[in-house]
Structure formats: structure tokens, C-alpha cells
Design a protein around this ligand. Sequence first.
Ligand code: SF4
Length: 324
Amino acid sequence: MTDIALELKNVWRRFEVSQGAFKGKAALTAVADVSLQVRRGEVYALVGESGSGKSTLAKMLLGLLPPSSGEILIDGAPIDSGNRIAVARRIQPIFQDPYSSLNPRKSIEQLIALPLVVHRIGDAASRRAKVREMLDMVGLPARLLDAYPGQLSGGQRQRVAIARALVMRPEVVICDEPTSALDVSVQAQILNLLLELKRDLGLTYFFISHNLAVVEHLADRVAVMYLGRIVEERTRAGLFASPRHPYTSGLLESVLTPDPDLGVPDTHLGITNANPMAVQNGCPFQARCPSALAICATQPPAVTILSDGWTTCHLLQEEALALQ
Ligand code: SF4
């Protein structure tokens, strides 16, 4: 067993998108040359706006979508995107919406036991015992075994979804915005539960979120994604204390504060969102960057290594040149 639970090597995912009648198709690159390593037992967070490629990446990790090129490895072995059952044994998702991710016609026992049934693990009695153990682990009473999702609150449903994801003891758990559909009062309970389970079971989380407050609460390292590319990867402390990429700075400035007198913060990113159909030469962030240089229009920035990670921005390279 290696120290690296999950690794992506130069992963790309491209789509052909219809432009409408008479205009043919255009290429869209949803994930561009993503390489990363998630260490065993850590919480690795991926943040970015809608359209940044986070969801496409999650689908590839779950074997729901093959990469156009590149490799995804769990515990050093490539995942087989064509074999979803084999992938599901090693990597499990917790989705944002516990209302749609649980079949309303199945009892809680059936829902949590489903992975055991699919993988033919144990008999009916041992599965029931396992489901009881999981219910206890996620803080739900055993009397809910025969209940249906419609009888549960949003927080209880998400606990069921977590129990189902963990019943097979996967090597990696993909947490895709696991609290964003929940009431604010319940979000902290679910996040704390995820952290407790990680500690008790030695889990590894790949945590996808647009919510920086959540990421600051539980991530060990953070990758910032923009138009399919990771533009900065840092430790949580380093990223929140001193972001080095202008996009990361804008994301951090966009976090609303509880003080209404401070109003809506200016992110300095303009009003447009990332447009994956309009990636230009040079730096993909140039159209929204408040600090863009002439070189940004023609040359993509190279990786700059930092003491706690890396980033990709010409500003840092210019700074380094100025110090020489
Ligand atoms: Fe902005 Fe240029 Fe840095 Fe891109 S490379 S983030 S455009 S300064």
C-alpha cells in the first residue's frame, strides 16, 4: 500500500458540443492536463466556480466518464472506467442532494445494504448487522431500518447516504458538495460527522466544493480549478493566509461576511463567469484578471513551486526574475 491513495496523471476530458443549427460542433475542454496526488488519510479539497470542471472530474473519478487521455490511479493501480462495479468497490461518492440520491421506494436498510448486495458480500443476517453498525456510526437510531427516505429529514437522509457510501470501507470517498443542499443549522453537524468518520475509519476524502468556508473548516490541502485547469495547489493554511494566484484571491474576497454593513464584496473578477467555449491563448484567466500583463495574452504561465505547494501565474515568475 502506497502513501498516495489517489493519483491523477495528465488527465484530459474533451467534449464535442453542438453550436446550434447550421453551426456544427465545437470542442470543449472540460478538464485540461490535471495531475494531482491525494495522500492517504488527508482531505484534499477542489474548489472553483460553476463550469470550472469539478463535476466532470468527479464523474471520471467515479468511473462514470472515461478520461479522453491520462490516468487515474487508486492505491497505485489504474481504475477501470469500463467496470463501474470494480470502481465502486474502491471509491464511493457522497452527493450534494440526499433527496435525489436515495431511491424513495427502498427502505433505509435496503439502501445502506445495496453495495453489499451488489458485491455479494455476506448473507442477509450479516448485512442487517452491518447496516445496524453503520446506522450507529452515522448517529441514526436502529428504529429507522424499516423507514423510507420520505420519512426522514434532509440531515438524516444525508447520514443515510454517508452510511451507504462507507459500508464497503472504500479507499477514497468523493464528497461532492455534501452539505450544500442542507439547512445551515444541519451543515455543521454533517461536516463534523464526516471528520469524525475520517478519523475513526482512516478515510481519504476528495472534497469538491464552491464553499470556501466549508473547505477552510476541513481541508488539509486545497486545489483551485479554473476552466478545467488547476491554477494553484496549497496547504489550507497557506492558501487562506496568502493566496498567490489572482483567481484564488478573487475567490477568497468573494466570501460574504456576517456584517451587513460591509455589503457585497468586490471580487475584482468582473461580472462574467468562466466560459469554457472561449479559452484563449496564453493564460486562461486573462479576460478576468485584474493584474494581467502583456505576456499573459500569448504565453500560458508555467508552474511556480512554493514552499507549501505550487501556482501558475506570470506575476510570480516576474517577481522571481526581479529578485535575480
Ligand atoms: Fe493574471 Fe497573467 Fe497571472 Fe494569468 S498569468 S493570473 S492573466 S497575471
